[in-house]
Ligand binder design. Structure first.
Ligand code: CA
Length: 447
C-alpha cells in the first residue's frame, strides 16, 4: 500500500509539473517536420532538471521489449526528469546497429533497445566491420515474453519445450522425408533469438548445427514461408508468436519463460560517449525507464498499455494480441492449450528473482559465454578472460543504482551485488556465475 501511495505521488507529480509547464509555456507548436519514423514528444519536458542535454534519440523495434520506452514517452516519465526521448522505429536490428554507429550527429541514434550481445559486440567492432563504438548497458528492458513458434505443417510433430517426450526423433524423420533440413529462422543472428532456439534444441539433445538449418529471415517473409511450407519455425518477441497462433499459421512451441524463468531478454544500451558527456541525463533516462517499468507491471495498467502500444502510432497490431500477451495469456502446443499466468508472460519490474530492470553483470556475461559456446565471434570472445573484460567495460550497474535511489526505489529492492546467483534452465543445467568455466564444461552440445 505504501509502495502504491508513493507511486501515485510520483505520478501526480508528473502530471502537475506537466500542467505547470504547459501553463507557463503554452502548448508547443504541432510538429509537422518529423519523419514518420520519429514520434514527437507530447509531454512538456521539465526544464528545471539541470541536465547537460535535454534530448536523446533512441531506436526501437515494435515488439514488447520496447514497451518501457514507449510508455516512458507516452506517460511523460522521461519528460518529468528533464529528458525528451525521441523514439525512432528501426526497420531491422541491422538498421539499428548502423544508426547507432552513425550516432545522433550523423543522423542516427544515441542508443535504444538491444538484443545481447549486440552492445558488447558493437563496442568491440565484432558486428560493425571492426569499427569499435563503445556502448554502455544501462538496464534490462524486459524479461520473458518471447517464444519459439512452429508452422502448422509440422503440427503432427507436436513440438514442445520437452522434445524428448513430445517429439523423439522428429528432426531426423523430417530431414529424411523432405530431403532437406528443418528450417528455423530469426531476424538477427548471434543474439537472443538465435541463442534461445539453440539452447532449446541443445537442451533436448538436438545439435542445432547438424539437425536443423538456422537462418536470418525478416519476420514477414518467415510468416509467408511458414504458410508455403518452406520454413518450419522461428523465434522472436511478441506480438509475432501470438499473431501466428491468431492467424492460424502455426503454433507456439515454447515460451522463453519455459526455457529459463525470469531470464534476461533485451536491454537499454547507449553510446558510451553520450553517457560520458551527459551523466546526469543518463541517470534521468534510467529514472524514467524505472517508473515506466513499474507502471507496466501493474495488472490494472495492462489494458491501457495494450491500447497505447497497439495503436497505429506505435505497433499497429490488433489490440487483443497485445492485451493477451501482456497478461501472459498464450495458446501453447499443437493442441493450443490455453495457459494464462502473468508470471510466465513479459516481466518489466517484479519477478521471483527480484527487480528485472537491474543490469546484473552475471546475466550480461551469460550472453558472452553462449557466444563462446557457439563460437559466434572468434577473435573477440574466445576466452572467459575476454568475456569478463568486455562485460566489465560495457555493463554499468552504478548509474542504475543512482537512478533507483533518486527515484525512490526502496533500498531492499536495489541489488547490492553484481550477481543474481545461480540460474537453472529447463534441462536442469545450472549456470553459477562464480564458475563460468564449469557452466561451459557442463554443456554437452556445443561447437
Ligand atoms: Ca527479444
Amino acid at each position: 500500500m505504501a509502495k502504491r501511495l508513493r507511486f501515485m505521488a510520483l505520478l501526480s507529480g508528473a502530471i502537475s509539473s506537466a500542467l505547470i509547464l504547459s501553463g507557463c509555456l503554452g502548448n508547443p507548436p504541432s510538429s509537422t517536420s518529423d519523419s514518420s519514423a520519429t514520434t514527437p514528444v507530447a509531454t512538456p519536458v521539465n526544464k528545471n532538471a539541470g541536465l547537460e542535454v535535454s534530448t536523446i534519440n533512441l531506436g526501437y523495434i515494435p515488439i514488447l521489449e520496447a514497451a518501457p520506452l514507449v510508455i516512458g514517452v507516452e506517460k511523460g516519465f522521461f519528460a518529468k526528469h528533464g529528458l525528451a526521448v525521441n523514439l525512432a522505429k528501426q526497420a531491422s536490428w541491422g538498421a539499428a546497429r548502423d544508426n547507432l554507429v552513425l550516432g545522433s550527429v550523423g543522423g542516427g541514434i544515441d542508443g535504444g533497445q538491444w538484443q545481447l550481445p549486440m552492445p558488447q559486440m558493437i563496442s568491440e567492432g565484432a558486428i560493425t566491420n571492426g569499427n569499435k563504438v563503445p556502448m554502455y548497458i544501462l538496464a534490462m528492458l524486459m524479461s520473458q515474453g518471447n517464444g519459439i513458434a512452429a508452422s502448422n505443417n509440422v503440427k503432427d510433430a507436436n513440438l514442445s519445450i520437452n522434445l524428448k517426450t513430445s517429439s523423439p526423433g522428429h528432426f531426423e524423420t523430417f530431414n529424411q522425408k523432405h530431403g532437406r533440413r528443418f528450417k528455423a529462422t530469426y531476424t538477427f543472428p548471434k543474439a537472443n533469438q538465435e541463442i534461445w532456439i539453440r539452447y532449446w534444441l541443445a537442451g533436448n539433445g538436438v545439435d542445432p548445427d547438424k539437425a536443423v538449418e538456422l537462418l536470418k529471415v525478416p519476420a514477414p517473409e518467415t510468416l509467408q514461408g511458414m504458410k508455403n511450407g518452406t520454413m518450419e519455425a522461428f523465434t522472436t518477441g511478441d506480438p509475432w508468436p501470438s499473431r501466428i497462433t491468431k492467424d492460424n499459421i502455426g503454433y507456439l512451441v515454447a515460451t522463453t519463460s519455459q526455457i529459463w524463468k525470469s531470464h534476461p531478454e533485451e536491454y537499454l544500451a547507449v553510446r558510451a560517449d553520450w553517457v560520458d558527456q551527459h551523466p546526469k541525463a543518463a541517470v534521468a533516462l534510467i529514472k524514467g525507464l524505472i517508473e515506466a517499468q513499474i507502471w507496466l507491471d501493474k495488472p490494472e495498467n495492462k489494458d491501457a498499455a495494450a491500447r497505447i502500444l497497439s495503436s497505429r502510432k506505435w505497433y499497429n497490431v490488433p489490440l487483443p494480441v497485445l492485451q493477451q500477451s501482456l497478461k501472459g495469456q498464450y495458446k501453447i502446443g499443437s493442441a493450443g492449450k490455453v495457459a494464462s499466468d502473468p508470471a510466465m508472460g513479459p516481466l518489466f519490474w517484479n519477478s521471483d528473482r527480484g527487480v528485472i530492470s537491474y543490469p546484473y553483470k552475471s546475466l550480461t556475461l551469460w550472453f558472452l559465454l553462449e557466444s563462446m559456446r557457439w563460437k559466434f565471434f572468434p577473435g573477440t570472445v574466445d576466452t572467459i578472460e575476454q568475456a569478463k573484460a568486455i562485460n566489465e567495460k560495457v555493463t554499468r550497474e552504478d548509474l542504475w543504482k543512482q537512478a533507483a535511489k533518486e527515484v525512490g526505489v526502496p533500498v531492499k529492492d536495489i541489488p547490492s551485488g553484481s550477481s543474481r546467483g545461480k540460474e537453472i534452465f529447463f534441462d536442469g543445467v545450472v549456470y553459477d556465475p562464480e564458475k563460468p568455466q564449469a557452466y561451459l564444461s557442463s554443456l554437452t552440445i556445443k561447437k
